[in-house]
Design a protein around this ligand. Structure first.
Ligand code: 5RP
Length: 263
């Protein structure tokens, strides 16, 4: 367990996970239509990939040396009745066969399927602990993006940690210290739909880390950006090199110029 967690969380205590799992309920998400094309240029700058077994098999070379967090919950879609009604889609045996460093599952606190998703988490933790595989709980809000406030996210993160998650993925919000302060395991931040400016991303990542997050699990705000490599490099600087939002913006601008010239 400690060895796998050390593959994910770097010696500085921070982590940059790259999620490319969105297709498991959204289908061919914009700029992730061909996952290999999205993943390959970004991989050198990610500490781990959050991915389903199908995209891992089809779009990542087995020689890839980046740790894998295997998305193992699903079974619902954006056009179905309720996104929260997820089950476990991939067995622990399969996760071990695929040499995953961790598995990830969504929990839907406050939804009609709160109990099922939390019991799924607890069951997955039982299996993971047996084999030394950490479980990352994703505090999912489905389509109700307005749920992303400190009171709700602190509740969801704490419950996930109490049930045994080794890492919790949540959203940044105002008063984020309440979320990290009440959660006894490392917290990483997702971004949700693309925000208006790059600077706003650097600001929330910087603020979240200052308030106790270990880093990010940031997808659309990286690979839906017009200059995704510039974006991930700049975010990496905030996560691992204590760059300020202004420094990250400067790095993004200069990398963007280089990427633009190349293309
Ligand atoms: C999708 C997920 C994503 O991994 C998570 O939401 C992070 O991606 P983004 O930054 O695009 O929100 O769990 O279900």
């Amino acid at each position: 367990m400690a060895n796998r967690l050390a593959q994910l969380i770097q010696p500085d205590g921070h982590a940059l996970f790259l999620p490319v799992d969105h297709g498991y309920f959204q289908g061919p998400t914009r700029k992730l239509e061909e996952p290999r094309k999205t993943i390959e240029p970004l991989l050198p700058y990610a500490d781990a990939l959050f991915i389903t077994r199908g995209v891992l098999r089809s779009s990542v070379d087995p020689g890839n040396s980046k740790p894998i967090i295997l998305r193992v919950s699903g079974g619902t879609s954006v056009v179905g009745k309720d996104l929260a009604n997820e089950g476990i889609t991939t067995s622990m045996e399969e996760a071990i066969r695929l040499n995953a460093s961790a598995v990830g599952i969504s929990v839907f606190v406050g939804s009609d399927y709160e109990k099922e998703s939390l019991l799924n988490l607890a069951k997955l933790v039982d299996e993971g602990e047996r084999y030394g595989i950490p479980v990352m709980a994703v505090t999912a809000v489905g389509k109700e993006l307005e749920k992303r406030d400190a009171r709700y996210l602190a509740l969801a993160c704490r419950i996930a940690a109490e049930l045994g998650a080794r890492v919790v993925k949540t959203y940044w919000c105002e008063g984020f210290e309440k979320v990290t302060g009440g959660c006894p395991v490392p917290v990483v931040m997702a971004g949700g739909p693309q925000v208006d400016t790059e600077f706003a991303v650097f600001e929330f990542v910087h603020d979240g880390i200052k308030k106790g997050s270990i880093g990010v699990n940031l997808g659309r705000n990286v690979w839906q950006n017009d200059f995704p490599v510039a974006m991930i490099k700049a975010i990496r600087a905030v996560v691992h090199q204590k760059a300020t939002p202004k420094e990250a913006q400067e790095l993004y601008d200069s990398e963007k110029e280089q990427e633009g010239r190349k293309s």
